[in-house]
Design a binder for this molecule. Structure first.
Ligand SMILES: Cc1cc2nc3c(=O)[nH]c(=O)nc-3n(C[C@H](O)[C@H](O)[C@H](O)COP(=O)(O)OP(=O)(O)OC[C@H]3O[C@@H](n4cnc5c(N)ncnc54)[C@H](O)[C@@H]3O)c2cc1C
Length: 504
């Protein structure tokens, strides 16, 4: 078998996962049915945690110049914005960036790392046995073949063939409401119309190349099924109905209708087959979370699947992908349902007055620092925390490691995220234990990088922390505040074994 993992789908999730696997030395192949990259962009946002992930892999220099940073995002279209700038991150902003650009950067990186991307390859089905997975593919020019691999991952979107072939259920609700988007080369927003647009709930977003995106929910058209094509005439009529102006729109580049079908895979793993991104969760694109959640699924799964392929995964590690990421998928689908319900109430005549009062109330609540922070933590995904494996663990365990500044033993200035660029565990001693490297050399090199450093950025969560094991995805696996060297070394070996497997 010359492929370890086949990823189905070269969307953002599949590309990110391919980068993670290849970085970890896994022979990875993507099968993608499209012959060319997707030109139109559904998503426009990289929220703070996704930006942090790119930072942890040294990719920020590629992303930042392509987009525009904005200090917050909306929730349910409320006037008061979520304030990401107040969050505990070097990247307290959303990078406003078209999905096609995000995919292009990830594809470039994947190719550099040596991922084989088979475009024009449509996966038709798969079957698995004790030794691997057979993926049935329609190849370019016609004909089919079966490709073998150890594991297959469905990153093939909401209608995932992989999920269906693995008999993973996708319970949830069908679409009940649709919105419409249009990208136009010509838009003429008259002053009065823009004011009205805000009242009528039309979102106006400048894209690159002078193109403008308009998005709306037309109360008279929200029950039109997503599969019904959008016409320019319909767009003009709806805009005029909602705002009093058709914005002088012309030269449409893309018109699309999207719905609120909401579903979550009943499990993220079935034997040697896994699902990630939209293949695992779909929902209304409220607050721009789908692509971001997919990238974060990929970051969580990559190193665990690599450990399984290399044969050192501790028991339960691969299953922890489902245990950690499914609750996140559930919480994202739920918050989008709340936002959609609020939008719908605002549009339905009989609820309009109380809905307006509810929006005013929620706006006031969002003005309160604690409330704003709670929702900002969720939408930015900076608040994502995984359950600690055992009771009594340090409060840091499961949370994302803060990106504090450090000086290493060689007096070099660095920071935690710079230490993560190779996608390995980082065992960080903040107390200068000379035996640290020895512990790692005793069997966990190169899975784990040992670093002795002084912390030079203050951070309340790290007060008293002496040693910390950071997972390849930037979450904390283990931390200790004990000053007893003997106890610390025993705990260290236990933590390394529990997370990075038995010494090799
Ligand atoms: C209007 C709209 C706006 C959005 N805005 C945002 C936003 O601002 N922020 C955000 O985070 N998210 C947003 N989203 C959601 C986001 O676009 C998706 O969550 C994201 O594209 C999911 O990425 P993915 O890689 O999981 O799946 P996809 O992007 O769907 O990629 C799946 C890939 O698999 C391929 N494929 C499918 N079937 C097969 C097969 N059988 N064989 C081979 N290849 C196959 C497809 O061709 C495709 O390339 C928005 C969605 C919509 C509809």
């Amino acid at each position: 078998m010359d492929t370890d993992v086949i990823i189905v789908g070269a969307g953002p999730t599949g590309l990110m996962l391919a980068c993670e696997l290849t970085l970890a030395g896994v022979r990875t192949r993507i099968l993608e049915r499209r012959t060319e990259p997707q030109r139109d962009s559904r998503a426009l946002s990289l929220h703070p945690r996704s930006v942090e992930l790119m930072d942890q892999r040294g990719l920020l220099d590629r992303f930042l110049p392509l987009g525009r940073t904005v200090p917050g995002w909306h929730f349910a279209g409320l006037r008061t914005r979520l304030d990401f700038s107040a969050l505990d991150s070097r990247h307290g902003y959303t990078l406003f960036l078209a999905q096609a650009r995000t995919e292009a950067v990830l594809e470039e990186r994947a190719r550099e790392l040596g991922v084989e991307i088979g475009r024009g390859h449509e996966v038709l089905g798969l079957s698995q046995d004790d030794d691997g997975v057979g993926v049935e593919v329609r190849i370019p020019g016609g004909g089919t073949e079966t490709v073998r691999c150890l594991y297959a991952v469905g990153c093939d979107g909401g209608r995932s063939v992989v999920r269906q072939a693995a008999e993973i259920g996708f319970p949830g609700t069908d679409e009940t409401l649709t919105g419409v988007l249009g990208d136009f080369a010509v838009v003429d927003p008259q002053p009065g119309a823009l004011d009205a647009a805000r009242a009528g709930g039309v979102i106006v977003a400048p894209l690159e190349g002078g193109v403008t995106r308009l998005v709306y929910l037309d109360p008279e058209r929200i029950r039109v099924p997503a599969r019904e094509p959008v016409t320019l005439e319909e767009f003009r009529t709806s805009l005029a109905r909602i705002t009093g102006s058709d914005y002088g729109i012309a030269e449409p580049r893309w018109l699309s209708r999207f719905g609120n079908a909401t579903r979550l895979a009943e499990r993220y793993r079935a034997g040697r087959v896994l699902v990630a991104g939209d293949a695992a969760h779909i929902h209304f694109p409220a607050a721009g979370q789908g692509l971001n959640t997919g990238l974060q699924d990929a970051m969580n799964l990559g190193w665990k699947l690599a450990a399984a392929v290399h044969g050192w995964a501790p028991p339960g590690l691969l299953d922890s992908y489902d245990a950690e990421r499914r609750p996140v998928g559930q919480s994202v689908t739920e918050n989008t349902e709340v936002q959609t319900l609020l939008a719908e109430l605002t549009l339905v005549a009989q609820y309009q007055r109380p809905a307006a009062a509810l929006r005013t109330l929620l706006d006031q609540l969002l003005g309160m620092t604690e409330v704003n922070r709670r929702l900002a933590d969720q939408v930015s995904a900076l608040g994502t925390s995984y359950p600690p494996p055992a009771a009594g663990a340090d409060p840091l365990v499961g949370r994302r490691m803060p990106d504090v500044g450090l000086t290493t033993a060689g007096a070099e200035a660095t920071r935690v995220y710079e230490l993560l660029t190779q996608g390995r565990f980082v065992l960080l001693s903040l107390a200068g234990d000379p035996a640290l490297r020895e512990s790692v050399d005793a069997g966990w090199d190169p899975r784990v990088t040992a670093v002795t450093a002084n912390q030079y950025d203050e951070h309340a969560d790290l007060d008293g922390v002496i040693e910390v094991l950071v997972r390849p995805d930037g979450h904390v696996a283990w931390a200790t505040r004990t000053t007893d060297c003997g106890v610390r070394r025993d705990e260290r070996v236990q933590a390394l074994t529990a997370w990075a497997g038995a010494p090799g």
